[in-house]
Design a protein. Sequence first.
Length: 184
Amino acid sequence: MAEPGALTLARMRATGQIPMAAQVPAAWHRQAAEAGRRLVEAVVPGQLPVVMLGWWDSLEPVAGGDTGVERTRTSQIVLLTFAAVLGACWPDRSEHPFPGVAAEEETILAAVAALGPITASAVEGGTAGRRHSKGALRRLGDARLLAVEGSGVRLGPAVAVWSEEQITALRSVYDRLPRIEEPT
């Protein structure tokens, strides 16, 4: 017996995603829409399909001020590492970045390293910057923004819920994403 839609939506909010059944019931879509949300089915190659909650364009809560919504700030190394993942895994700006293509972890780490020292410890120790970037990959994986399979990295299911408005903003900086060509 399928869970009631409200309970499923609550589980999606709490866990970020749920495994996708053969077909997502129309009632779940309807209940998500009533809450200003949309359901997104995401399939990362090599993994089980999942269903996640996304926002409709222009309905995502605004952060700051007295809105009650706060965004957590992330470190510069995590942001730059994710920019390198986007640069390596999103080959065509006219397409949605998800699911993109797989890239080698070394290619991403080289793209971050090519940006130069990002932290004071990167300047002092040389290898510290690489450790920070590898740690950033783990944090991005925990956030489902990327998926790691062996030495391969690809965009994760959390990217699937990005709205067209968000993708448009990213397209405007597409040419500035850090990239290093993978060896052929």
